[in-house]
Write a protein that binds this ligand. Structure first.
Ligand code: PEP
Ligand code: MG
Length: 324
C-alpha cells in the first residue's frame, strides 16, 4: 500500500477522464509546511492563523505575523497558500482579549465578528498579509461569514489597508491576491449565488457547516452520532454552493475534515469540487483514489446520492462504490 502511494508522488491529481483537482493541506504553523511538502501537497488550502495568537499574553505584532506568513509562502515556493484570517472564539479562547463567557459560544462573538468589531486587530493582520504577498502566491479568506454585509465590510477594510500602505510607500502585491471566504454557515450557503459575485473563491468548512446545519455541537460527545457529514442536508448544501460559485465562474474548495475522507471524495468530485484541503497524510491516498475515478461517472453518482434520504443509505452506497 505504501509502495503504491509512493507511485503517485510527483503526479498530478487527475481523474481518468482528465479532470484536475488541487490537493492541498491544512496547517497551523510554518513548521507544518515540511510535512505538507513531504506528502506532496499542491498548496496550503487552510492556514489556521489563530495559533499565532494563542498561548501568549498579548496580540502578535504586525512584524511577527509578517514573518510567519512570509515563511510559509517562501517554503511553498510559488504554490498557492490560503491564509485564513483570525478565527478565534467558539472553542478557541484568548484570555488577553477579555472575551465574555457566553451561553452559546459557537453562535457568539467569534471569528469575523470579532475582526469587524476590533478593526485595529484586523488591520494589523491584513497589513502583515499584504506585505507577505510579495513572497509567494497568497490567497486570503475570511471565516464565519454569514451575510453579504460582513463580506463587503471585509473588502472595504482591505481597501483602507491598501490605501494606508500606499501612503506609507510600503509595497505589496496589488493584483494577484485572490480573496475568498469560508462557507460554514447555512445563511451563507443560501445566498452563495450573491456572495459568489464578490469573491474569487469559496472554501467549504464542513466542520462548522455540519454543526450549524444539523444543530449539533461539534464538541459534544453525547450527541456525536448526530454530527453527520453524510447527512443529506449537508450534501445538498455543498451542491448548492458549488453550483452557485460555478455559475459566477468562481472555484470552490473544501477545508473541513470531510475533504480528506475517501468515502466522501468521489461524491465531492461528482458535485464539481475544484480543490480539497486536508491533513497531510490524507493527500497521497486521495490522489491515488482520484486517479481511479471517472468524473462523468461521479457526476451520475452524485445525482443519485443527492436523492437519498438517510446518511445510512448514502454511506452504504459509497461503500459499494469504493469496493468497485
Ligand atoms: C471548518 O469549520 O470546517 C474549518 C475548516 O474550520 P475550523 O475547523 O478551524 O473551525
Ligand atoms: Mg470553522
Amino acid at each position: 500500500y505504501r509502495r503504491n502511494l509512493a507511485q503517485v508522488k510527483g503526479h498530478k491529481s487527475v481523474t481518468k477522464d482528465i479532470r484536475f483537482i488541487e490537493l492541498a493541506g491544512n496547517i497551523g504553523t510554518p513548521e507544518d509546511v515540511e510535512g505538507l511538502l513531504k506528502n506532496d501537497a499542491e498548496g496550503v488550502g487552510l492556514y489556521r492563523t489563530e495559533f499565532l495568537y494563542m498561548n501568549r499574553d498579548t496580540l502578535p505584532t504586525e512584524e511577527e505575523q509578517y514573518k510567519a506568513y512570509k515563511a510559509v509562502l517562501e517554503e511553498m515556493d510559488g504554490k498557492p497558500v490560503i491564509v485564513r484570517t483570525l478565527d478565534i472564539g467558539g472553542d478557541k479562547e484568548l484570555n488577553y482579549l477579555d472575551l465574555d463567557k457566553e451561553m452559546n459560544p459557537s453562535l457568539g462573538y467569534r471569528a469575523i465578528r470579532i475582526c469587524l468589531d476590533r478593526v485595529d486587530l484586523f488591520k494589523t493582520q491584513l497589513r502583515a498579509l499584504a506585505r507577505a504577498s510579495m513572497h509567494g502566491k497568497l490567497r486570503v479568506m475570511f471565516p464565519m461569514i454569514s451575510s453579504l454585509d460582513e463580506l463587503l465590510n471585509c473588502k472595504k477594510i482591505i481597501k483602507e489597508v491598501m490605501k494606508e500602505l500606499d501612503e506609507e510607500g510600503i509595497v505589496y502585491n496589488r493584483k494577484d491576491v485572490e480573496i475568498g471566504m469560508m462557507i460554514e454557515v447555512p445563511s451563507a450557503v443560501m445566498i452563495s449565488d450573491i456572495l459568489a459575485k464578490h469573491v474569487d473563491f469559496f472554501s467549504i468548512g464542513t466542520n462548522d457547516l455540519i454543526q450549524y446545519t444539523c444543530a449539533v455541537d461539534r464538541m459534544n460527545q453525547k450527541i456525536h452520532h448526530l454530527y453527520d457529514q453524510f447527512h443529506p442536508a449537508v450534501l445538498r448544501m455543498i451542491k448548492i454552493v458549488i453550483d452557485n460559485a460555478h455559475k459566477e465562474g468562481k472555484w470552490v474548495g473544501m477545508c473541513g475534515e470531510s475533504a480528506g475522507n475517501l468515502k466522501m471524495i468521489p461524491l465531492l468530485l461528482g458535485m464539481g469540487i475544484d480543490e480539497l484541503s486536508m491533513s497531510p497524510i490524507s493527500i497521497l491516498p486521495a490522489r491515488q483514489l482520484i486517479k481511479t475515478l471517472n468524473y462523468d461517472d461521479m457526476k451520475e453518482l452524485a445525482d443519485k446520492v443527492l436523492c437519498l434520504g438517510t446518511s445510512d443509505e448514502i454511506v452504504e452506497y459509497m461503500d459499494k462504490v469504493l469496493k468497485k
